[in-house]
Design a protein around this ligand. Structure first.
Ligand code: GLU
Length: 389
C-alpha cells in the first residue's frame, strides 16, 4: 500500500505541500526494448491518487514521447534526424497520453493533456492562457499531464529538456513543490559515476557557484536533461517560490518513497509562491498602460478585491492581455499594478460596464475581472475611507 496516502495520519515530507508538480524522466517510463513500463506507471498513479485523497493538487510533466515513439516506429537507438524525432514524438505522445489517461483513470482520477511550447510559458498573453487551462483542470479535479509539443518545435523555439519546462510550469501555476523524478537520487558533490566516494548533498539553501560546479553532465541515453538542467530548473523553481526535490524515480511508488523520507536533494524556496509571483509583478516589468479607476473600485482593491470593468474610468496605453498595467486612483496616484486580462482595445470598450453587459459588447464571454486579484499587487494605501460600488 502506498504510504504517500499517509493514512495513519502521521506527518510526512509531503504533508506541507498543497500543489505539487511532478516531472517524470523518459528512462523511468520507457524501456527501449519493451516500451512503456506499465507496472511502474501504475505504482506512480497509486501514489498520485493517495496524494489527491489528501486534497493535494498534482500536475504531471511527463517525458517519454520520443523514447516511446522510437519503439513504436522501430527507430532503434540510433541518433535521429530532427524530422525523425518529431515523428517519434508524434507517435509516442498519443501512446503516452493514453497510458496516463488509463493509469490515472484506473485509480479514479481524471486527466487532461497539455502540450506546451516555449512561447506558451514565455509570452505573457499565452502564459495566461496556458495557466488558465491548467488551473481550470485542477479546479475540475483533473490531473494536468504536460509535455513539450515536440512535433513542430525546433531547437530555437523549444526547451528540449523537461526539467526546465517543469520548473516553468511549477512557477506559472504557483506550485509549492516541484519533484524531479530521475535516474539519479540527488545532487552529489562530484559526479557519482566516476567517483565512488561522492557524497549526496541533502539540502541546498542557495545555488552558489560552488553548487553549480558540482553538476557534471549526467544525461542518460534517453533523457535530455542532466544535472546542469536540473540546477537551472532549481533556480527557476526556487526563485518562484517552489521548493524543489531531485529524487530517484526508478523504484516503484517513488512518491511514497519521498514521503517516507527517502534519499533526495532538496532545494529551498526563496519565498512563498504568492509572494514571489507578486514581487515579480511589482518589480520586473515596465507598465504598458494605465487604468484609472473610481473611488468605489479603489476601496475594493484596497480590500483585496479584483478590478472589475465597472470601476474603470479611463484607459491609456497600448497593452495586450498579459501585460503589466498600472492602476491609478481617481487622484492619479498609482495604487496597484497587475497583469491585465484584456487587450487595450477591448478594455476601452468595456470600461464602466457591469460584467453582465460585457458579452454583448465584446461578442465573447467575459472573464470576470479586468485584473484578477491574484495577478495584482496593491502598492498604495489610501488616507480617506471609500465605499464600495
Ligand atoms: N519532451 C521529450 C519527450 O517527451 C523529453 C524531454 C526530456 O527528456 O527532458 O520525449
Amino acid at each position: 500500500m502506498s504510504t504517500a496516502a499517509n493514512s495513519s495520519g502521521r506527518s510526512s515530507f509531503l504533508t506541507p505541500y498543497k500543489r505539487i508538480t511532478v516531472k517524470i524522466g523518459s528512462s523511468l517510463l520507457v524501456d527501449p526494448s519493451t516500451g512503456l513500463k506499465q507496472e511502474w506507471l501504475s505504482s506512480l498513479a497509486d501514489d498520485i491518487a493517495a496524494l489527491a485523497a489528501q486534497k493535494k493538487e498534482i500536475l504531471v510533466v511527463s517525458s517519454g514521447a520520443i523514447a516511446l515513439g522510437r519503439t513504436i516506429l522501430g527507430l532503434g537507438s540510433r541518433a535521429l534526424r530532427l524530422e525523425e524525432s518529431q515523428a517519434a514524438a508524434s507517435a509516442g505522445q498519443i501512446a503516452l497520453a493514453s497510458a496516463w489517461s488509463a493509469a490515472l483513470g484506473a485509480v479514479g482520477l481524471k486527466s487532461g493533456q497539455i502540450l506546451v511550447t516555449l512561447g506558451d510559458t514565455e509570452e505573457r498573453r499565452r502564459y495566461l492562457n496556458a495557466r488558465a487551462t491548467m488551473a481550470t483542470l485542477l479546479k475540475l479535479g483533473a490531473v494536468p499531464v504536460i509535455n513539450e509539443n515536440d512535433t513542430t518545435a525546433t531547437s530555437e523555439i523549444r526547451y528540449g529538456d523537461n526539467d526546465r519546462l517543469a520548473a516553468r510550469v511549477a512557477a506559472m501555476i504557483g506550485s509549492d513543490l516541484l519533484v524531479l523524478l530521475s535516474d539519479v537520487d540527488g545532487l552529489y558533490d562530484r559526479p557519482p559515476g566516476e567517483n565512488t566516494d561522492a557524497r549526496l548533498i541533502p539540502v541546498v539553501d542557495r545555488i552558489t557557484p560552488e553548487i553549480e560546479a558540482m553538476a557534471g553532465d549526467a544525461a542518460s541515453g534517453l533523457s535530455r536533461g542532466g544535472m546542469k538542467t536540473k540546477l537551472e530548473a532549481a533556480r527557476i523553481a526556487t526563485t518562484s517560490g517552489a521548493t524543489m526535490v531531485i529524487a530517484l524515480g526508478t523504484r516503484k511508488n517513488p512518491l511514497s518513497a519521498i514521503a517516507g523520507n527517502g534519499t533526495k536533494t532538496l532545494f529551498k524556496a526563496s519565498a512563498s509562491p504568492v509572494r514571489a509571483y507578486k514581487t515579480w509583478i511589482a518589480g520586473n516589468l515596465e507598465p504598458a498602460g494605465q487604468i484609472t479607476i473610481d473611488q468605489g473600485a479603489e476601496g475594493a482593491l484596497l480590500r483585496g478585491k479584483s478590478l472589475l470593468a465597472v470601476g474603470i474610468t479611463t484607459i491609456k496605453g497600448r497593452f495586450v492581455r498579459g501585460d503589466t498595467v498600472a492602476v491609478l486612483s481617481p487622484a492619479g496616484k498609482e495604487i496597484a499594478r497587475g497583469l491585465v486580462a484584456y487587450d487595450a482595445a477591448d478594455a476601452v470598450k468595456i470600461a464602466g460596464l457591469k460584467s453582465t453587459q460585457i458579452e454583448s459588447v465584446l461578442g465573447y464571454e467575459a472573464r470576470a475581472a479586468v485584473i484578477h486579484r491574484d495577478d495584482m499587487v496593491v502598492v498604495g494605501t489610501r488616507t480617506e475611507t471609500a465605499t464600495d460600488s
